[in-house]
Ligand binder design. Structure first.
Ligand SMILES: [Zn+2]
Length: 148
């Protein structure tokens, strides 16, 4: 998983999660990357820089949409929109219980199935460290409306 520092045309800074640098470029070109604060799709990638935490207090990171599909792997980024639709159609939305459910499946305490939900970056990184495949799932608003 690749975490990029992004900024929208309105000057909002935010993080985006992507399967790879190429996945970011493709999603950006397809208009799937948008600012979580204002919805602006004119987004640029900031150059990686050491983080200076001058204020001493970091805002807690918001959780993001993620999915775990045991057999499917990461979808082909070129067909991201369709892939997201397929992932949403065949996964169960477990919401904030995502990390717990993914772990239970991994350790055989729950039936293996495709799930999606929300996880913070720290939760997602912990899952990946345990060998659990977690995929960022940037869901365009248009899809949310048709599938919920
Ligand atoms: Zn913005």
């Amino acid at each position: 998983m690749k975490v990029l520092d992004l900024r929208c045309a309105q000057g909002h800074g935010f993080e985006g999660w992507f399967a790879s640098g190429d996945a970011f470029e493709l999603q950006l070109a397809a208009g799937l990357v948008e600012c979580p604060i204002c919805g602006e799709r004119d987004v640029i990638k900031l150059l990686a820089a050491p983080r200076l935490n001058l204020s001493g207090a970091q805002e807690p990171r918001a959780s993001q949409q993620v999915a775990a599909t045991p057999d499917a792997g990461v979808p082909d980024a070129a067909h991201w929109m369709r892939a997201i639709r397929e992932v949403m159609a065949r996964t169960e939305d477990v919401g904030e219980r995502f990390a717990d459910e993914a772990r239970k499946m991994h350790y055989g305490e729950a039936e293996e199935r495709g799930i999606r939900g929300r996880a913070t970056r720290a939760q997602a990184e912990a899952l990946v460290e345990e060998g659990i495949d977690v995929m960022p799932l940037p869901v365009p608003d248009a899809l949310k409306e048709t599938l919920q």
